[in-house]
Design a protein around this ligand. Sequence first.
Ligand SMILES: [Zn+2]
Length: 242
Amino acid sequence: MKIERLNVGWFTAAAGIFRAGDDMDRTIRYPVLAYVIETETERILIDTGLNPAAIADPAAYYDRPDVFAVSTPEQEQSVADQLDVGTLTKVVLTHLHWDHVGGLRLIPASVSVVIQRAEWEAGHDDAAVQRNFFLPRDYAEDGREVILIDGDHDLLGDGSIELMLTPGHTPGHQSVRVGDIVLGIDVAHFASGLDDHRFPVFADDHEQQERSAERLCAMRDAGLTVIPGHDPDILHPGVVTA
Ligand SMILES: [Zn+2]
C-alpha cells in the first residue's frame, strides 16, 4: 500500500494562533496537505486542500469579506492539478475546516465521501458552524454520496485502513491509520503538540483534543509513526514511509 503526501496549499498566520504561547507578532507559513492511499483496487484521497476559486476571491466565494482575517491562504497547485481526480474511488474528510474540505468541489460528484457523523452534523448546525469556523459552501450538497460513520471504522473491511475518531479540534475530527503510519491530522498541528498540548487557541473542545492527543501519543510510544497536521519543518510532499 502506497501513501503519498501532496502539498495542496499554504496559510500564513500569527504564530500564537496556531500554537498557544507563541508570539502574536511573528508569522508562520503552514503547509496544507492531502494524502493519496493506493491499494490494488482503491485510490483514496484523504482531505482535499484549498480551492483555487476561494483563494482567488475569498470574499466573493464565501460571501464573507472577513473570511481570511487571521490567515492568508496561498496555493501553487490544487489537488486536481496534481492528480487525475477521475480515478479516485473515495474521499475521506478528516474534518470540515476549509483547508481540508475546500478542494472537494474539484473532485467529481460520483466519488463518495466518508466522514464522521458528528462532524457532518456539526457542519449543518448553525452554532457549531460559528464556533468551528466552518464555511458551508465548501461542503454544500452536490449530489455526492456522503457515507457517515460513527467512531472508529475499518474503511475497507480488511483492517488495512482504520479511521479513528479523534475529536476536539472539531466535533468529529478523525485520524487515519494505515499499517504503522497514523495520519494524526489536526489533533496536533506540530509534532511536539502531541506531548506539550500547545494546540491552536481555538477548538471545539480542548479537553477532548488532549484525550485524542494522548491516544495518538500512546500509539507513537508503541512504535507507530504519527504524523501531525501542519508542521512546516517535517511535512514535505512525497511518498510517506514509516
Ligand atoms: Zn488544518
